[in-house]
Write a new protein. Structure first.
Length: 134
């Protein structure tokens, strides 16, 4: 899977938001993106993922099903492109979210690419659990 940007958003120390700890471009190089998102009372796609624990694929963030989840902060992150999210957890406790995205409006994330993305993050979660149980 070759996303234009892949980021790991991790919970901030005050537990009020998420901050991109590392972001890589399509060549695997650090792109120095340090986006932040608040997890407040108003629901957004990041807070939804934290509550549901489910991965999400959004190829059209202006679609009706996403209306209540796309805040101005989230829209700034998505831009005009497509994006997918998967929770990173250790033993059921979500510690962050991995995000893969394309910036071009016409470049969609296929269902196959989304399934591969989810598979990779599931294995990451399994490895994190194994490491913490030592």
């Amino acid at each position: 899977i070759r996303f234009e940007r892949s980021s790991f958003f991790m919970m901030t120390t005050d537990k009020r938001g998420l901050k991109a700890r590392i972001s890589l471009d399509k060549l695997g190089l650090n792109d120095h993106y340090k986006g932040q998102i608040r997890l407040g009372k108003a629901e957004n796609i990041f807070s939804y993922i934290f509550k549901s624990g489910k991965p999400v694929l959004i190829n059209d963030h202006k679609g009706l099903q996403w209306r209540n989840f796309i805040s101005a902060e989230v829209e700034a992150i998505i831009s005009d492109g497509s994006i997918c999210f998967a929770p990173v957890n250790i033993g059921g406790n979500i510690i962050g979210i991995v995000v893969g995205q394309h910036f071009e409006r016409l470049k969609k994330i296929s269902e196959d690419d989304f399934q591969q993305f989810c598979f990779l993050i599931e294995h990451l979660n399994m490895c994190l659990l194994m490491i913490t149980q030592r």
